[in-house]
Design a protein around this ligand. Structure first.
Ligand SMILES: [Zn+2]
Ligand SMILES: [Zn+2]
Ligand SMILES: [Zn+2]
Ligand SMILES: [Zn+2]
Length: 317
């Protein structure tokens, strides 16, 4: 079964989109040049300046309590409670609570629902010291101060919710500095030819000679009628070693036809191994198993051929 069902011009853009998607999965921002410049797209990523791990660029909020499971989770609204904190005495008041202990004498207070519809309002009264307030009391219920601030707390442990400071995805790194790195990508979409061979057109003059430039050969093949997407990712040096050095002079022609090596190239993407690592990494992050996270990150660097784009290259910063 061949790719004859897709016109070759259309197929080129499918290859580019497939490669862009693989990069997006790995936190790259992908841009297309305005004019045809031999570069098919530009990939940009934020990485930690200290350890070169991926950098989380969005704002993440976490529970400040290191022992709480919400400390390592990207929290959303259901994970925290809106409360108010008094700037004068430090008392934290949760207006949604239906039970309160007296802020003055710690006695359990009685509560009466005074308004059922709309904003529910309870009247709280201490039978020990006579202190009272309602759910809607705006001033501090302990000292009466009007200096109060919004204060989100964790719904599990009631500690403060804070923005994450270091956004390095390496759990052993506390760097607060990041950098942006840029890679240029050239995609060659290849067809399965008669006889099952993969071939793509190549002209030496089109190859950009830069360490930060990468060539990706994308091919769509069939195995037992099952569609398969293949990626072959190389730096310019790797490409020259594998494809150019045997016959450099023949590659100056417009229609030089190249075929990926039939012997296993280390630059072929092994999707199954990669997905296995990613899956294990997800559960290791859930378990907060830092040793395993570090081990799997190292595995991914080895297994994932796209990871070579992540390595420090002279000229990055
Ligand atoms: Zn780092
Ligand atoms: Zn009291
Ligand atoms: Zn107060
Ligand atoms: Zn917590």
């Amino acid at each position: 079964m061949l790719n004859q069902d897709i016109k070759s011009g259309l197929f080129g853009s499918i290859g580019e989109n497939m490669v862009a998607f693989e990069l997006a999965k790995r936190n790259w921002y992908v841009y297309r040049p305005y004019f045809d410049t031999r570069i098919d797209f530009i990939a940009q990523k934020f990485v930690c300046k200290k350890c070169f791990s991926d950098w989380e660029s969005k704002n993440i909020i976490i529970c400040s309590n290191k022992k709480c499971e919400n400390h390592t989770k990207d929290l959303n609204q259901k994970d925290y409670v809106k409360t108010r904190k008094c700037l004068s005495c430090g008392y934290i008041f949760n207006k949604y609570a239906t039970e309160h202990y007296c802020p003055k004498c710690r006695n359990k207070m009685t509560s009466d629902l005074v308004k059922k519809s709309g904003q529910r309002n309870y009247q709280f009264k201490c039978n020990n010291c006579g202190h009272s307030f309602t759910s809607q009391t705006r001033s501090c219920v302990k000292c009466g101060s009007n200096e109060n601030i919004e204060y989100p707390v964790c719904s599990i442990c009631e500690n403060e919710i804070i923005p994450l400071e270091s956004k390095c995805q390496n759990p052993n790194c506390n760097s607060k500095e990041y950098v942006s790195i840029i890679r240029t990508i050239q995609v060659k979409s290849s067809h399965e030819e008669e006889g099952g061979k993969i071939g793509f057109n190549f002209k030496m003059q089109d190859l950009i000679d830069d360490e930060r430039h990468f060539l990706v050969v994308y091919s769509r093949t069939f195995e037992d009628y099952k569609e398969k997407h293949n990626f072959w990712v190389m730096s310019v040096d790797e490409f020259k070693k594998e494809m150019v050095s045997p016959t450099p002079s023949s590659l100056i022609y417009q229609n030089a036809r190249l075929h990926p090596p039939t012997t296993k190239s280390t630059s072929f993407f092994n999707e199954i191994e990669y997905n296995k690592c990613i899956d294990q990494l997800k559960s290791a992050r859930k378990r907060k198993d830092i040793e395993k996270i570090v081990e799997l990150e190292a595995n991914i660097q080895r297994v994932d051929v796209f990871a070579k784009l992540n390595k420090y290259i002279t000229g990055d910063f």
